[in-house]
Design a protein around this ligand. Structure first.
Ligand SMILES: [Zn+2]
Length: 64
């Protein structure tokens, strides 16, 4: 039986490894949501925010 790694429900930034190993400052990490560093997500709860979430979750490519 192969032991599975625990699956994280949180989507980590592609730069998280560098941050975890101390090579990168937290402010340099690209946000997993907006992919900007530092994070430039719209304010939580705003229509822009939900639109961004929507875009990240549905990878239809290009939107409508
Ligand atoms: Zn962000």
């Amino acid at each position: 039986m192969a032991s599975k790694k625990p699956q994280l429900s949180v989507k980590l930034s592609p730069d998280f490894d560098a941050y975890a190993s101390g090579e990168m400052d937290a402010s340099q990490i690209r946000c997993a949501l907006c992919t900007n560093a530092p994070c430039q997500c719209p304010e939580f709860g705003t229509p822009d925010y939900f639109e961004l979430i929507d875009r990240r979750h549905s990878r239809k490519g290009g939107g409508r």
